[in-house]
Design a protein. Structure first.
Length: 305
């Protein structure tokens, strides 16, 4: 009997030790596999997330919140009821931990609703290929608002952002350009904001185009051509005034009688908008000449006779 009991105990110990060995072997294998997979992901991640555009702006949250508070508390205190924290959270939710090539306008709808505000009639200024000039004129005259002068545009101007499905959910190294994927966070944001800006326009609206571009001042593929003019409301907008500006010292590739301007006016008139076009709208040209007072193109601006 003692011998049989000893044998049974030995067998139990053998089985127990065997189980422990198998368990330890399984744990070691799991650790090795996890290490290999993690190493592989680390090697693949930079390649998968390497885009051509700059990455998310550093301290994005602080930048957005600072601009939001400045806009609603200092520049336009009548908008002081806007909740900047909710606006930031809504923007963050639109892209964090998401594929930066699979963003939709629906992702930004809560943000659009939180940050929207009325645009005074006769104040909307649209632009295409005249960014610097249009913004300088809007700032100096204080009679017009570009998209970048709205709360949405002011917060997002010249900053960038995009997400990443893996932690930390934000890519600070690079973001995709439109040429890499059209549904990237920046492109979708500006298209959605541009649509809302156009829908809010009323009265007479202005558009500043560049007549020094060889390919034509009006391009159907631009945000203005593909989104903004299509979302102007004929029941709210009475007329569209086109200011066709030429670069100081630059070529005069197109005038108001040019091919692309005719195409633009045709599109607008088909939608029942009254249109006018003026080459080198004088108030804007005067602003151009402030930076080029001695150029021959500015003689008319400085002529006192």
């Amino acid at each position: 009997m003692p011998f049989q009991q000893g044998s049974a105990r030995t067998r139990q110990r053998t089985v127990l030790l065997g189980g422990i060995v198998v368990l330890l072997a399984g744990l070691v294998l799991a650790v090795v596999l996890a290490s290999v997979l993690t190493h592989s992901k680390r090697e693949l991640a930079p390649k998968m997330l390497k885009w051509k555009d700059r990455g998310t702006t550093k301290n994005l949250q602080e930048v957005i919140l600072g601009r939001c508070y400045n806009y609603v508390m200092v520049r336009y205190p009548e908008l002081g009821d806007k909740d900047c924290l909710k606006i930031w959270e809504s923007l963050k939710h639109a892209f964090v931990y998401k594929d930066p090539c699979n963003i939709t306008s629906e992702d930004y709808q809560p943000l659009m609703e939180l940050a929207s505000h009325p645009i005074p009639c006769n104040k909307s200024l649209f632009w295409s290929k005249t960014s610097d000039l249009a913004h300088r004129y809007a700032k100096s005259s204080q009679n017009f608002l570009t998209l970048e002068d709205t709360l949405l545009g002011y917060m997002a101007d010249r900053v960038s952002w995009c997400g990443d499905p893996s932690a930390p959910g934000i890519n600070y190294e690079s973001c995709p350009k439109r040429s890499e994927c059209e549904s990237n966070p920046s492109s979708v944001f500006w298209k959605t904001a541009s649509k809302m800006f156009a829908e809010a326009a009323c009265g007479v609206v202005q558009v500043m185009l560049n007549g020094s571009i060889e390919a034509g001042a009006f391009r159907s593929s631009s945000i203005f051509g593909s989104i903004e003019i299509l979302n102007l409301n004929p029941d709210k907008v009475s007329a569209v005034h086109i200011w066709l500006m030429h670069d100081i010292g630059g070529p005069q590739s197109e005038s108001c009688s040019g091919h692309s301007i005719k195409r633009l006016t045709s599109i607008l008139e088909e939608r029942n908008f009254k249109t006018t076009c003026e080459d080198n709208y004088r108030p804007v040209q005067l602003l151009q000449c402030v930076h080029n007072p001695d150029h021959t193109d500015c003689r008319l601006c400085t002529n006192t006779t």
